[in-house]
Design a protein. Structure first.
Length: 186
């Protein structure tokens, strides 16, 4: 190799190293921004947690909403996810969508929608109607566990304002609402 090319080769290598370091710095910056955005979204969603609402309660709400939308012909709930089948306009086939009302393990009125038919408004309409029902849902307060042997406890979060509730509090210290009993999950 020609010795006169060494300085040019050195500059090229240094340039590549600097470029790689800059790219890595940008990637770290983007990951940091993403983490901050996720943290803000989590904090915002925390105001919408409904830890007093069970999967069965969600299923009841989703079935009622699904019955009011003519083309939805099947609704199923697993945890905080609702899956629906929709009859196509032709009536010859079906397509599906899922709505996830889970936010970091909590039932939430915030949701994400995944649909096989991006052109239809049905998933968004269904999701928003269920979210409205979640926000306005009133739990039934009982002081006794059900006869089925279920155990109940006071909810750890206020369903009305999202504030963390005290361990033995019957009323929210932030908004003053009566805190409902929720089933103890195994």
């Amino acid at each position: 190799m020609d010795p006169e090319l060494y300085p040019l080769l050195t500059l090229t290598v240094i340039g590549w190293v600097v470029l790689l370091l800059m790219m890595r710095h940008d990637e770290k910056k983007e990951r940091r921004k993403k983490r901050e955005a996720e943290k803000k979204a989590y904090e915002k969603a925390a105001k919408h947690f409904r830890d007093d609402m069970t999967s069965d309660d969600l299923a009841d709400v989703a079935l009622k909403v699904g019955k009011r939308i003519r083309r939805i012909n099947a609704v199923s709930v697993k945890g905080h996810k609702v899956a629906c089948k929709v009859l196509a306009q032709s009536g010859l086939s079906t397509w599906g969508f899922t709505v996830d009302f889970d936010s970091h393990g909590h039932m939430s009125s915030k949701y994400t929608v995944r649909s096989e038919n991006e052109d239809s408004d049905i998933p968004a309409v269904f999701a928003e109607r269920v979210a409205q029902q979640i926000r306005s849902w009133e739990p039934t307060r009982t002081d006794e566990p059900e006869e089925s042997g279920g155990e109940y406890m006071l909810t750890p979060y206020c369903p009305y304002c999202g504030a963390k509730a005290g361990a033995k509090a019957s009323y929210c210290s932030t908004c003053g609402a009566e805190l409902p009993l929720v089933p103890v999950l195994d």
